[in-house]
Design a protein around this ligand. Structure first.
Ligand SMILES: N[C@@H](CCC(=O)N[C@@H](CS)C(=O)NCC(=O)O)C(=O)O
Length: 208
């Protein structure tokens, strides 16, 4: 049994989607980051930076924080979505998501969606970077079915929930035809639909 400590955010959804994809039994423990539950001492013990997601693999007595590390752990365990022959390529796209795509779109959420009007500089900067990211992903997906290869991998699972916030981004996902093709394909996977709504059964994946 895997215990998933999470909130209903893109980083949180990556792991519920992965757990659904590999068909592992899991239990969700909600951490309300709006109520600052992430700073509780008992949570800090398992999450040194006070961030979700974290998993505890009770069977193996293993705690893992950082969504990229969790995806790798679950992929190695299940031997799914992380083909040994393609790991260097998968790692590159996963690391790009962890270090660039997620953090930059996350800043765009802060300035454009949650706090518009507070910083012209911040709004313009992250809007521009986010548009650039859409273009860069679209270009990659014009040459490759999925991010790392023709196979769906943990790099796609890590990136998808960020693009699923496209309505907040105001960039116009449907203008990026390769990214839209990739998005629609992933959106139609049963495990993705289930994992996406892991905290709110009525939540649906926004259409492009
Ligand atoms: N690099 C981390 C980022 C996790 C992260 O930013 N989590 C956010 C929610 S999406 C969080 O817990 N925020 C609460 C806080 O920073 O206080 C990962 O990918 O796991």
């Amino acid at each position: 049994m895997i215990e998933l400590f999470s909130a209903n955010t893109p980083n949180g959804k990556k792991i519920s989607i992965m757990l659904e994809e590999i068909g592992y039994e899991y239990k969700v423990t909600k951490v309300d980051i709006n109520k600052e539950e992430q700073f509780k001492p008992e949570f800090k013990k398992i999450s040194p930076f006070s961030k979700i997601p974290v998993i505890i693999d009770h069977k193996r007595n293993q705690i893992i924080f950082e969504s990229g590390a969790i995806l790798i752990y679950l992929a190695e365990l299940s031997e799914k979505f992380y083909d040994k022959k393609n790991r260097t390529e998968i790692n590159q796209w996963l690391m790009a998501q962890m270090g660039y795509v997620g953090p930059m779109l996350g800043q765009h959420h802060q300035f454009h969606h949650y706090n518009p009007g507070k910083s012209k500089f911040g709004e313009e900067r992250y809007f521009k970077i986010s548009k650039r990211i859409y273009g860069e992903l679209d270009e990659r997906l014009s040459k490759s079915k999925y991010l790392s290869s023709d196979d769906y991998t943990i790099a796609d699972i890590g990136t998808f929930p960020w693009i699923a916030r496209h309505e907040w981004h105001d960039i116009g996902l449907k203008n990026y035809k390769n990214l839209t093709r990739w998005y629609n394909e992933i959106s139609s996977r049963e495990a993705v639909i289930k994992g996406f709504s892991f905290m709110d059964k009525n939540e649906v994946i926004p259409k492009p």
